[in-house]
Design a protein around this ligand. Structure first.
Ligand code: SAM
Length: 333
C-alpha cells in the first residue's frame, strides 16, 4: 500500500522513532535498506515537523495478529487503560493480561474533568487498584491515575522541553502534577519550584522526589499558582501545562520570567486552517504579555477531531523584563 514515509539515516532512526511514534502507521511494515529506515507515517506529521525528509513509497500491510488487540489503549506502569466506551473489554483484557508488564486492566469511564484534570476509571480485570509506578525518560513516577493527572502520551513532549533546559537553570513548573517535568529538570541539577493545587498530586510528587534521589534543589508547593509564586521573578523556564485554562495564569508568568527566559505555554487549538491554529493564540498572548519573541510553536498531539494540544514557546520583551534583578537568583527559594 502506498503511503507517506519519513526517510532517516539508520544511525538516527531510533531517536527519531521515539520522537514521532504517535505518527507512525501501525498498519504498515517499516522498511529499510543498507543506509536508511523508512517509517510509514500519517500526513498530520507535516504540521508537527516539516523539516524531515518525506518520500512516498509502497509498504507491506502488517499481518493481523489475532492475539493483539488493535485498539488505542495506554499503559501507565503496569496498568492498561482501555478507551471510553470500548465494547468487549473483558476479552481484550484477557489478552492483555497475558503480557508480563500488565497486571491491571481498566477502562476510561469519563473524560478528563475539573481543575485537577482527573478522570474516572472502571475496573475490568486483573488486580484491583489504580496506583502504580511508571517509568518515563529514565525517571520513576508513583501515582494513582484516578487521583492525579498523568498522560503517558506526553513523554516525547516532556523530553523535548527537558532537552532545552540547561544544567543549573531555574525552572518554575506552575502545574506540576506528579512531576514529569519537574523531576527530570531537578535531575539536571536545576533549581525547580513545582506547584500543584491537588494534594494527591503533591503527595506523589514528594514520593517521586525520593524515588528519584532528588535533593533540596526541588521545592514543592501545594497551592494555587496564581497566588503562591509572588516571591520569584527570575525563572529561566516556566512550564504552563494547563491547556484548558493557561490564559488565567499568563500575567503571573510574565512577572516570574527573567530576561530571555522561556515560557512554555500550552493550549488547545481548533483547526480551521493550520496557520490560524497559532495566529489567534499569539495575538491573545501578546494582549496579555506585550511583545513576545517566539522560539518555537508546535502541535503536541491531536486532542480530539480537529482540535490540537499546542505549545507556544516564547520570551517576553526586554523592555518588560530588563529590570529583573539577577542577584535574586541566589536567594530565590
Ligand atoms: C494537565 S495537568 C499537568 C500535570 C503535569 N504537568 C503533567 O504533565 O503531567 C494540570 C495540573 O495542574 C493542576 N492545577 C490546576 N489548577 C491549578 C492552579 N490554579 N494552581 C496549581 N495547580 C493547578 C492540576 O491539579 C493538574 O495536576
Amino acid at each position: 500500500m502506498r503511503s507517506l514515509a519519513v526517510k532517516v539515516n539508520k544511525k538516527r532512526a531510533e531517536i527519531l522513532r521515539r520522537e514521532i511514534k504517535e505518527f507512525i502507521r501501525e498498519d504498515l511494515t517499516i522498511l529499510k535498506d543498507d543506509f536508511y529506515i523508512y517509517f510509514p507515517v500519517q500526513h498530520s506529521i507535516m504540521d508537527y515537523k516539516n523539516s524531515l525528509t518525506f518520500v512516498k513509497m509502497d509498504f507491506k500491510e502488517q499481518e493481523k495478529r489475532s492475539d493483539i488487540p488493535r485498539i488505542p489503549y495506554d499503559i501507565v506502569g503496569d496498568i492498561a487503560i482501555l478507551p471510553l466506551g470500548l465494547e468487549d473489554a473483558e476479552r481484550v483484557a484477557e489478552v492483555l493480561l497475558k503480557r508480563k508488564n500488565i497486571r491491571v486492566v481498566l477502562r476510561k469511564a469519563s473524560s478528563v474533568e475539573g481543575i485537577f484534570r482527573t478522570r474516572e476509571y472502571e475496573y475490568i480485570a486483573g488486580e484491583k487498584r489504580t496506583e502504580t509506578i511508571h517509568k518515563e525518560n529514565g525517571c520513576l513516577y508513583k501515582l494513582d491515575i484516578e487521583k492525579a493527572y498523568f498522560n503517558p502520551r506526553l513523554s516525547t513532549e516532556r523530553r523535548r522541553v527537558i532537552e532545552k533546559i540547561n544544567n543549573n537553570d531555574f525552572v518554575i513548573d506552575m502545574f506540576a502534577g506528579v512531576g514529569p517535568f519537574s523531576i527530570p529538570a531537578a535531575k539536571k541539577n536545576c533549581t525547580v519550584v513545582a506547584v500543584d493545587c491537588n494534594r494527591y498530586a503533591i503527595k506523589y510528587l514528594i514520593e517521586n522526589k525520593k524515588l528519584n534521589n532528588i535533593g533540596s534543589n526541588l521545592n514543592i508547593i501545594v497551592g494555587d499558582s496564581g497566588s503562591v509564586l509572588s516571591k520569584y521573578n527570575v525563572a529561566d523556564h516556566i512550564i504552563m501545562n494547563l491547556p484548558f485554562n493557561t490564559y488565567n495564569f499568563l500575567e503571573k508568568a510574565t512577572n516570574l520570567i527573567k530576561k530571555d527566559g522561556i515560557v512554555y505555554f500550552y493550549t488547545f487549538g481548533k483547526e480551521n486552517n493550520k496557520e490560524d491554529l497559532f495566529k489567534e493564540h499569539i495575538k491573545k498572548i501578546e494582549e496579555i504579555a506585550g511583545d513576545i519573541f517566539i522560539h518555537n510553536k508546535r502541535i503536541v498531539r491531536s486532542y480530539s477531531p480537529h482540535c490540537y494540544h499546542l505549545c507556544i514557546e516564547f520570551s517576553i520583551s526586554n523592555e518588560k523584563t530588563k529590570n529583573r534583578d539577577e542577584s535574586k537568583v541566589n536567594n530565590k527559594i
